[in-house]
Design a protein around this ligand. Structure first.
Ligand code: DX5
Ligand code: ZN
Length: 226
């Protein structure tokens, strides 16, 4: 079924050493990361604070890989231009954060970026039905947004085939990304569910292995078993 699908790995820097950010980013790039997933939190949509466009610009300066910004913020459209200017290629905002997600997608596209939405664990994928024609990507959250290092709520893997069916019925083929709790132990299940991109935060940036070694472990977990 998914034998020919290439799953991309998107490290999240949330648990990286920010004192050595450029080095940490370059270590993941050298280790085979496909893109970077940058988690922005505003203290409103989620209680936590993380970072803003300045850190995105610092990552941009450290790598030539694509950057996506996962905006866990209450007013995403107010910040699209700043993240685009900082060097993001893809703007991802929460469907729960905006009353008019279609307008927000149009505003994100107006910056020249790709645009997509994220759905928190409590949100059914049917909520995306009116947006299917305008999305470039969907993020299915497998943890409640706010912190790295949480355990995957793996019952929500069922949303991948559900969303794939909705997209197919609308004639769309867009990447589905899984975010939260991805590890070498569950990466194959994520791929089997039909994911195109796996976010890996604490699986890549931790005090047990280098980013390159951790990425190699994830890759081998995804390699076809033959
Ligand atoms: C959660 C973030 C995730 C997460 C990834 O709010 O959106 O991107 O921190 O980290 P791990 O892989 O450690 O769950
Ligand atoms: Zn994220």
């Amino acid at each position: 079924m998914s034998a020919t699908r290439t799953v991309r790995i998107a490290p999240s820097i949330l648990t990286a050493d920010f004192g050595r950010l450029a080095e940490q980013v370059q270590a993941a790039e050298a280790g085979g990361a496909d893109l970077f997933h940058l988690d922005v939190m505003d203290g409103h949509f989620v209680p936590q604070l993380s970072f803003g466009p300045e850190v995105v610009a610092a990552v941009r300066a450290a790598t030539s890989l694509p950057i996506e910004v996962h905006m866990m913020v209450a007013q995403p459209a107010a910040h699209f231009a700043a993240f685009a200017a900082a060097g993001a290629q893809t703007l991802l905002f929460h469907v729960e954060a905006t009353a008019d997600a279609s307008a927000a997608l149009a505003a994100a596209h107006a910056t020249g970026c790709r645009a997509g939405v994220a759905v928190s664990p409590g949100t059914p994928v049917e909520r995306l039905a009116p947006l299917l024609g305008a999305l470039d990507q969907v993020v299915i959250m497998l943890v409640h947004p706010g912190r790295g290092g949480q355990t995957m709520l793996d019952a929500h893997l069922d949303k991948v085939p559900q969303l794939r069916a909705l997209l197919a019925a609308a004639g769309r083929d867009v990447p589905i990304e899984l975010d939260g709790g991805v590890k070498a132990e569950n990466a194959a299940r994520c791929a089997a569910a039909g994911a195109d991109i796996l976010v890996a935060g604490s699986a890549v940036y931790n005090d047990r292995a280098t980013p390159a070694a951790a990425l190699a472990q994830l890759r081998s977990a995804l390699a076809p078993a033959d």
